[in-house]
Every structure is written in structure tokens, then in C-alpha cells.
Design a protein around this ligand. Structure first.
Ligand code: MF3
Ligand code: CO
Length: 264
């Protein structure tokens, strides 16, 4: 029996709203990733946009073991894979890659998305890393079809990434998302076709390939949060929250135009 929550009409409508907010916030942060900007600048912009849109950060105060996450966004630079803590001391430079992860809580539901931005021109290797990771997300989303299995998403992402000489992180996985940030099922970025739970209509899934230019191994920094690649090679991360509609997968984390009165 599946423990994966199925959203009804009302739940889907609310997920749509929460995801639109998460995507709109993320969209505001992308153009700010320029040389000289600190990751704390990005955090403050994210924090302010989340508030302006009437939402709350699902990351701020998020508890893991004895620790609470201290920021409203996760900003991970270069060899940082995910859960980088924004800092005044971390100044972006040309050639960096910045993963922005925005998770908001809005009227009882959670929207989760991430995007990796190049700062100015980046090396050909990093260009390729970003492209392959984006493609892996896109191919994974296409597998989120009713009747498929979770393993079809996982294996498709892994195959695309590894066939281009990169590796998928094993220590962190995608996940169901809804009233809580992490619901069943786990969605690894590696696995075998035809395995895992069957996809049904009304599931909302956060699909999020984390891809390393080098080996897949990671470690956690002494801050207790920041995950980095063990070999120091750069990493990329893209994420969408996706609805498994009976008409096919639908990306819910799509930005909305922001009304002029919100901007002023
Ligand atoms: N998108 C991340 C995840 O699904 C967000 C984590 S928030 C943090 O794990 F509080 F753990 F940083
Ligand atoms: Co997530």
C-alpha cells in the first residue's frame, strides 16, 4: 500500500499557489548573482520577497537533529552541493556557480525549487555541468507519468548524467512535498527502471538532481549544514515541484508576474 499523499482538487490548487510563490522568489534572485554580491545579499533579497508575497520560509528554523537552519534561503557556491548558509564573507566572483534553493510555506502548503546560476562567463566544463543537470531534471520530470514508477525518474536522471561523465549525489534525494517539506516518497537521482512505487494522479513531487563534475562523494562542513563535494569539484542543482496529473507531469514551480503594487 502506498503512503504517498494524494492531493485533492483543493490541495492541488493550494500547491499551485505555494509553488508559484516559491518560483517567483527564485526568479527575483537569479539576476542578482553578479560579481561582488555576497550570498547574504541574496539571502536578504529572498527573505524580503518571501515576506512581500505573504509567505514564510520553510527553511528558516528547519530542524535537523539538534540544529535549526539559520537562514531563509540555501545558497551553495561551486563545490557546495546544497544547504549552503548565506554569509557576508562569501563574495561572488566571475566564474562561480551559485545554487539558489527556495522553499516557501504559503497558506498551509509548501513549494520547493532550485536553480544554479553562472556568475558571468564560466568554464566550458561548468557550462556543460549546468546543461546536463538541467537536461537531467527535464528528462526526470517527463518520467513523472501516471503508471510509471519512481525508479523510472531516478534511473533516467542517473543515466543522462553518467553518460556525460558526471556523477549524481547519493547522500541526498528528491522527495514528495505538500503540507510538509518532506513527504514520501524519496526520489533518488540514481536507481533502476521499473522499481519503486507506482505513480498515481495527484502526487506532488520535488525532483532535484544534484550533479557533481567529479566523484559523487560528499561531506558536511563543520557548520552542520553545508554539503560539499569530497573532491572539491563543482556541483549543480536544479529542482521543480511537479504535479502528476492524469494528463501528464505538470511543473508547478512556475513564476507569476508580480503586480506593480507589490513591487512599489
Ligand atoms: N530543498 C531543500 C530540501 O529539500 C531545502 C532544505 S531547507 C534547510 O532539503 F533548512 F534544510 F536548509
Ligand atoms: Co527539495
Amino acid at each position: 500500500m502506498s503512503r504517498i499523499p494524494i492531493k485533492d482538487r483543493d490541495g492541488i490548487a493550494r500547491m499551485r499557489e505555494a509553488c508559484a510563490v516559491a518560483a517567483t522568489v527564485l526568479e527575483q534572485l537569479k539576476p542578482l548573482c553578479r560579481p561582488g554580491v555576497t550570498t547574504q545579499d541574496l539571502e536578504e533579497a529572498g527573505r524580503d520577497w518571501i515576506a512581500r508575497l505573504g509567505a514564510r520560509s520553510a527553511c528558516f528554523g528547519y530542524q535537523h537533529g539538534a540544529r535549526r537552519y539559520p537562514a531563509h534561503t540555501c545558497i551553495s557556491v561551486n563545490d557546495e552541493v546544497v544547504h549552503g548558509i548565506p554569509s557576508l564573507r562569501r563574495v561572488l566572483r566571475e566564474g562561480d556557480v551559485v545554487s539558489l534553493d527556495v522553499v516557501v510555506w504559503y497558506q498551509g502548503y509548501i513549494g520547493d525549487n532550485a536553480f544554479t546560476v553562472p556568475v558571468g562567463p564560466v568554464s566550458p566544463l561548468i557550462e556543460k555541468l549546468l546543461r546536463i543537470t538541467r537536461e537531467a531534471l527535464d528528462l526526470g520530470i517527463r518520467q513523472a507519468q501516471v503508471g510509471n514508477r519512481i525508479g523510472d525518474i531516478s534511473s533516467t536522471i542517473q543515466q543522462h548524467v553518467e553518460s556525460h561523465g558526471f556523477s549524481v549525489v547519493r547522500d541526498m534525494v528528491g522527495h514528495g512535498v505538500g503540507a510538509a517539506m518532506h513527504e514520501p516518497p524519496e526520489i533518488p537521482n540514481f536507481g533502476r527502471r521499473g522499481t519503486g512505487e507506482r505513480i498515481k494522479p495527484g502526487m506532488t513531487l520535488a525532483i532535484e538532481p544534484m550533479v557533481n563534475a567529479g566523484a559523487y562523494k560528499t561531506r558536511t562542513l563543520s557548520d552542520g549544514w553545508t554539503i560539499v563535494t569530497a573532491d572539491g569539484a563543482p556541483s549543480a542543482h536544479y529542482e521543480h515541484t511537479v504535479l502528476t496529473a492524469d494528463t501528464g507531469p505538470e511543473i508547478l514551480t512556475v513564476p507569476r508576474l508580480v503586480a506593480a503594487q507589490v513591487l512599489s
